[in-house]
Design a protein around this ligand. Sequence first.
Ligand SMILES: Cc1cc2nc3c(=O)[nH]c(=O)nc-3n(C[C@H](O)[C@H](O)[C@H](O)COP(=O)(O)O)c2cc1C
Length: 207
Amino acid sequence: MKLLYIQASPNKEKSSSRQVANYLVSKLNVASSKILDLEAHPLPHINSMAISAFFTPPETHSPEQKVAIKLSDEKVDELLSSDIVVISTPMWNFGVPSVLKAWFDHISRAGKTFKYTSEGLKGLLEGKKVFVVVSSGSVFSEGPFASMDQLGPWIRTTFNFLGVSDLEIIRVEGTNTFEAAATAIAKAKARVDQLVLNQTLKEESHA
Ligand SMILES: Cc1cc2nc3c(=O)[nH]c(=O)nc-3n(C[C@H](O)[C@H](O)[C@H](O)COP(=O)(O)O)c2cc1C
């Protein structure tokens, strides 16, 4: 099993989403892992040259288009060659931080991660397992803020579109609130333990 681990928080080791995702990664049984730290290596926004390269055959690419598409090709290859994807991210303004949105813009590629068929659009990432660890200042799993969560539904829709149906969201929530902050990380780690146990049982039943 190959793991791709994407880190979107700029808070490095202090990041609560990274702390819980690191815990998750330490429990996963993988042969190799690739870490993509978006604070250390942010991706540029997709520009007009990259878009023109996406929609023209590689053999006709100009030198400028070749440069513009190189990073996207690299990120797509990293994703396609992985079996498990772990994303750790804070919630920013009810959604994902723009560094993570940029990653999605680079990997959502017609002909590579989804395709047009006579039956409509088809995602090409089937069979991958995705874990998303989301840290947020407020609580979104229940209560008055629940309907304001644009991150969970967006990330699930986007991965579903790309063919991923096996996706778990782990919330580290209420980090800015008096009541929930003290237990947010412990609760999220307990959820990780449960998910890892379920995954192990599933693998054993298929063995
Ligand atoms: C620019 C910015 C925007 C934020 N927007 C939200 C938000 O919309 N909702 C929320 O609950 N918390 C918001 N927060 C708080 C973070 O989500 C929270 O502190 C989170 O625990 C940070 O995760 P990290 O430690 O992994 O970086 C925001 C923080 C920053 C810096």
